[in-house]
Design a protein around this ligand. Structure first.
Ligand SMILES: C[S@@+](CC[C@H](N)C(=O)[O-])C[C@H]1O[C@@H](n2cnc3c(N)ncnc32)[C@H](O)[C@@H]1O
Length: 389
C-alpha cells in the first residue's frame, strides 16, 4: 500500500515542524563545522564523501586536538607558525623554523633555483624518495606529497614534544629517530635527497668516538644514493660571526674529503640560506685524494648493516654499477629492478615476478575485494615488505 506523504496530512503538522527544525539545526552545524563533518566521515570509516581528495588535503593541515593533546609547541613555536590551536583542532599553517614565508615558497625556491652544473631538481621525477632529518611537524614532507615525492620525516621526542605524533596524525610518513651514536635503520643508497633545515645535528662532529670527525655526515653519505643531494639549510651557511664561520669551514673540509660537491649555495628573499651538495658517483675522486681520510669502508663494514651498529668513520662503498642513469625516473622506477647487489643469478626474474604478483594482488584483491574503503586509510605499515611491491 502506498502511504500519503505525512507532511501533507493535517493530523501530522508537528512532524513537519519538527523535521524542519531538525533539518535547520543539521544544516547549521554542517556548514559551521564543515571540516568537522569531513573528518568525522573519514574517521569512523563507515561512509565517505565524493570529495575524498579534499578530505585528504584537509587532513594534512588540520587534526583533532584530542587525538594529540600536546599544546606546548603552539606557544614555543608561535613566531615560526608551526602549529596553532583553532577550536577543537590543531591547524598547521605550513610554517617552520626555516620556512618563514611558508614551506610551499621554500620548496618552489629549491626547485626553481638553477643549479650551477646540473639540471634543476625535479620533484617527483628523479627526486622521488626523500629523508627529512629533524622534521619538526613534517610540513616539508607533507607539502612534497603534492609533488609526487615520498618523504620519510624523522625527529626524536625532545623538547619539541610529540612532533612525530602530529606528523602521523596529519597523514605524513614519519618515524621517531635521532642522529646520535648509532646508524639509522635505513639501508645503503636509499634516498635521492636528504634535507636538514636547522635540524640541530652537528654534522662535522665525531659522533661517539673522539678520534674520527664527521661520523654523522658519513652516515648520511651511506644512506644517500650516488648522485643524490643533501640540502643543508642552516645558520652556518649564512651567518658570518666567528662561531658560524668555524662550523662552515669544518663542513667545507669534511665534505671535500668525502668528495661531495657543492652544486648550489644561495639565499632566499627572507635572507635564509641553504647549500646543496651532491654525492659522488664513482671511485675516481676517492682515489685522487691526497690522503685516504676518511678511508673507504671495508666491504664487511658496509653491506647494509645498520641495526644496532655504531656510527663508523669510513666512507661506505658505492654500488658497483652506479651511474648517472640510475635510478630510472618515477614511475618507471617502480617496475625496474633496484641495483642493490645480489649474488642470486635469478635476482632479476625474482624481482619481476614479485612486481607482477603484487600488481595483480593489489588491484584485484586489496583495492576491490576486501571491502576496505581506502580513502579512509592513510598510514599503513607493510610488515615483511620484501621488494615493497
Ligand atoms: C629548530 S627545529 C627545525 C624543524 C624543521 N626542520 C623546520 O625547519 O621547521 C629542530 C629539529 O631538529 C630535531 N633534532 C634535534 N636534534 C636532532 C638529532 N640529533 N637528530 C635528529 N633530529 C634532531 C628537533 O627535534 C627538531 O625537530
Amino acid at each position: 500500500m502506498i502511504t500519503a506523504n505525512p507532511f501533507k496530512q493535517r493530523k501530522y503538522p508537528f512532524v513537519f515542524a519538527l523535521s524542519v527544525l531538525l533539518l535547520t539545526v543539521a544544516v547549521f552545524f554542517l556548514t559551521k563545522n564543515a571540516a568537522v563533518s569531513r573528518l568525522d566521515v573519514v574517521g569512523d570509516g563507515t561512509s565517505f564523501s565524493d570529495d575524498d581528495d579534499l578530505d585528504a588535503a584537509m587532513m594534512k593541515w588540520e587534526i583533532w586536538y584530542d587525538n594529540v593533546p600536546h599544546p606546548k609547541l603552539v606557544e614555543v613555536k608561535k613566531v615560526q607558525n608551526w602549529v596553532r590551536k583553532s577550536g577543537d583542532y590543531f591547524v598547521f599553517p605550513v610554517g617552520g623554523t626555516q620556512f618563514k614565508e611558508g614551506v610551499d615558497h621554500y620548496i618552489e625556491f629549491i626547485e626553481k633555483f638553477k643549479l650551477q652544473t646540473l639540471p634543476t631538481i625535479k620533484w617527483g621525477k628523479h627526486v622521488r624518495v626523500v629523508l627529512d632529518v629533524g622534521c619538526g611537524v613534517a610540513s616539508f614532507g607533507g607539502y612534497l606529497l603534492d609533488k609526487n615525492v615520498i618523504t620519510m620525516s624523522f625527529a626524536p621526542r625532545d623538547v619539541h614534544e610529540a612532533q612525530i605524533q602530529f606528523a602521523l596524525e596529519r597523514g605524513i610518513p614519519a618515524t621517531l629517530s635521532v642522529i646520535g651514536t648509532r646508524k639509522l635503520t635505513f639501508p645503503d643508497d636509499a634516498y635521492d635527497l636528504i634535507h636538514c633545515a636547522r635540524c640541530k645535528v652537528q654534522w662535522d662532529k665525531e659522533g661517539v668516538l673522539k678520534n674520527a670527525r664527521g661520523k654523522p655526515l658519513l652516515e648520511l653519505n651511506r644512506i644517500l644514493r650516488p648522485g643524490g643531494f643533501f640540502i643543508w639549510s642552516a645558520t652556518p651557511v649564512y651567518l658570518k660571526d666567528e662561531a658560524h664561520r668555524k662550523i662552515w669551514n669544518a663542513m667545507v673540509a669534511l665534505t671535500e674529503s668525502m668528495c661531495w660537491k657543492i652544486v648550489a649555495k644561495t639565499f632566499d628573499a627572507s635572507g635564509i640560506g641553504l647549500v646543496i651538495y651532491q654525492k659522488h658517483v664513482s671511485y675516481t675522486c676517492y682515489e685522487q685524494r691526497k690522503d685516504n681520510r676518511p678511508p673507504l669502508c671495508y666491504h664487511k663494514q658496509s653491506l647494509n648493516r645498520s641495526w644496532y651498529v655504531l656510527l663508523t668513520n669510513c666512507i661506505s662503498r658505492l654500488l658497483v654499477d652506479s651511474n648517472r642513469n640510475w635510478p630510472k625516473r618515477w614511475p618507471q622506477r617502480l617496475s625496474s629492478k633496484p641495483l642493490s647487489p645480489s649474488t642470486n643469478p635469478d635476482a632479476e626474474e625474482a624481482f619481476n615476478n614479485d612486481t607482477k604478483h603484487w600488481l595483480a594482488l593489489v588491484s584485484d584483491v586489496y583495492r576491490e575485494g576486501l571491502g576496505i574503503n581506502w580513502p579512509g586509510i592513510r598510514n599503513v605499515m607493510d610488515m615483511n615488505a620484501g621488494y615493497g611491491g
